[in-house]
Design a protein around this ligand. Structure first.
Ligand code: 5AD
Ligand code: SF4
Length: 473
């Protein structure tokens, strides 16, 4: 299971580095939360070399393009972006300077040397498992003046070679990668090939990183993994823990008020994990649990190893454990062999569950995956029509879910300033964005907010919440 891929975002993780960097770094991040985490960690690795945030792309001494290969035209998108970066690099050289260009992430892993063949001006190509070696790669690229490629799966774990996690000052929410890779081999998915086999970090390392994040101001931590609920890390005192056990331990860290984990596979939702949702107040009542399809025939073709009834059973047990739990999912329409009846089964499952939000995609053949060579590909217009119908239904469910919060008093973790002056913004337990007029001094606190309005994607709140106001009067 991959963490959901959201539209490309540009991040400059080196916000965490010293105020006046000797060298300026700009990281462009495409794809999932794991890539966002990796970009931050690459910034951490480079900080001791004097790298800090570049004011702009044009200003950077090093640009890292952290890529995503999960869907559609990943390679073309990369080369078009590289064309733009080449012009910047040439302009810098014309001015007597130098800009290092690195391609990281899953396209780098999948394409490897092909990137250097088509874009010889790239200095470094590195896969997701090797970024702890960035300092050596930079030294080699600079000194030897030749391109460096590192797309092996090294025997050592990068996690053992990273500096302590850095967190932007005042960062209230943080990601923490606990697991990487996947052994599930869904028919459509590149992750097992680009991220490698499933690997879990030891519990002690996870707990130490969580404590460090909390010490620097994090109040909410989202545990990350391509298949996070398959986590089975070494326990601090020998043996192994499950994710449920790890969550209980994390919940004891003082100051860590909220926990989430993503992305999970239905096959790995065990009874203890479901029970943890009822037992741990810190575990937020929101779960991203991709189902991909509602048709048993297509789920089998996808090699998902669960059917629709199994998924519905998990949802029912989760709701029994935590009645207010809100669900999110990923869907693929137009997987090879999907008929109109199969697609109707997906719509039926969506109606039965009622999702608070979801991501849905047209099937995109990924080179090297089994589904890509299947004969019964679904025509593009059919995929488009199905995606539009599914997205209409999901958007209506999301809006209805948001509307159902109006009038409620919700604990909102304030994460930062709002879009307008005098506004602050935060997160509801159900991962909805909440905007409200209140002082900035509340940033970092969880406060009770009355929800006064709901839009398709966010909520508007009032503070103090009504009865607190009365109590104060
Ligand atoms: N085509 C379309 N969507 C895909 N996903 C993964 N691989 C593909 C593909 N080849 C979707 C799945 C996954 C999410 C992160 O991306 O729904 O859960
Ligand atoms: Fe998720 Fe399946 Fe891809 Fe593994 S192979 S990351 S379970 S979609």
């Amino acid at each position: 299971m991959t963490v959901p891929t959201r539209p490309a975002a540009e991040t400059a993780p080196a916000e965490t580095a010293p105020a006046a960097p000797r060298r300026r770094l700009h990281v462009i991040t495409w794809g999932c939360q794991m890539n966002v985490y990796d970009s931050t960690r690459m910034g951490d690795v480079l900080a001791p070399l004097g790298y800090g945030p570049a004011a702009s792309l044009e200003d950077a001494d090093m640009v890292i393009l952290n890529t995503c290969h999960i869907r559609e035209h990943a390679t073309e998108k990369l080369f078009s972006e590289l064309g733009r970066l080449r012009r910047l690099k040439d302009a810098r050289r014309a001015g007597g300077g130098r800009m290092l260009l690195a391609v990281a992430g899953c396209v780098a892993q999948a394409e490897g040397a092909e990137i250097l063949r088509r874009a010889p001006y790239v200095d470094i190509v590195l896969g997701p498992q090797t970024y702890h070696r960035l300092p050596e790669m930079i030294a080699e690229a600079e000194q030897a003046g030749r391109a460096v490629i590192a797309t092996d799966f090294p025997p050592e774990s990068k996690f053992d070679h990273l500096p302590e996690a850095a967190l932007p000052a005042g960062g209230v929410t943080a990601f923490l990668a606990i697991q990487e890779g996947c052994d599930k081999f869904c028919s459509f998915c590149v992750v097992p090939y680009t991220r490698g086999v499933e690997a879990s970090r030891p519990a002690a390392a996870v707990l130490a990183e969580a404590r460090a994040l909390v010490a620097r101001g994090a109040r909410e931590i989202t545990l990350l993994g391509q298949n996070v609920n398959a986590w089975h890390g070494a326990a601090p005192a020998g043996g192994e823990w499950t994710l449920a056990r790890l969550l209980y331990a994390l919940a004891e860290i003082p100051g860590l008020t909220r926990l989430r984990y993503t992305t999970s596979h239905p096959r790995d939702m065990d009874d203890d994990l479901i029970a943890a949702h009822g037992a741990l107040p810190a575990l937020m009542p929101f779960l991203h649990l991709p189902v991909q399809s509602g048709s048993d025939r297509i789920l089998a073709a996808m090699n998902r190893r669960h059917d629709a009834a199994a998924y519905l059973g998990i949802v029912e047990r989760l709701r029994r454990a935590r009645p207010d739990i809100a669900l999110s999912s990923d869907f693929i329409v137009g997987h090879p062999g999907e008929t109109a009846a199969d697609f109707a089964a997906t719509l039926a499952l969506v109606r039965e569950v009622g999702f608070a939000q979801a991501y849905s995609f047209k099937y995109s053949p990924r080179p090297g995956t089994p589904a890509a060579s299947a004969a019964d590909q679904v025509p593009e217009p059919e995929k488009e029509a199905r995606l539009a119908a599914l997205q209409d239904l999901l958007a209506a469910q999301q809006h209805a879910f948001n509307q159902s919060q109006v009038g409620r008093r919700l604990p909102v973790l304030i994460t930062g300033r709002g879009r307008h002056a005098g506004q602050i913004a935060g997160r509801s337990p159900y991962l909805q964005a909440v905007h409200l007029a209140a002082p900035e001094t509340l940033i970092g606190r969880e406060i009770t907010v009355t929800i006064v309005a709901a839009g398709p994607r966010s909520l508007a709140g009032a503070w103090p919440a009504e009865d607190e106001e009365h109590a104060a009067a």
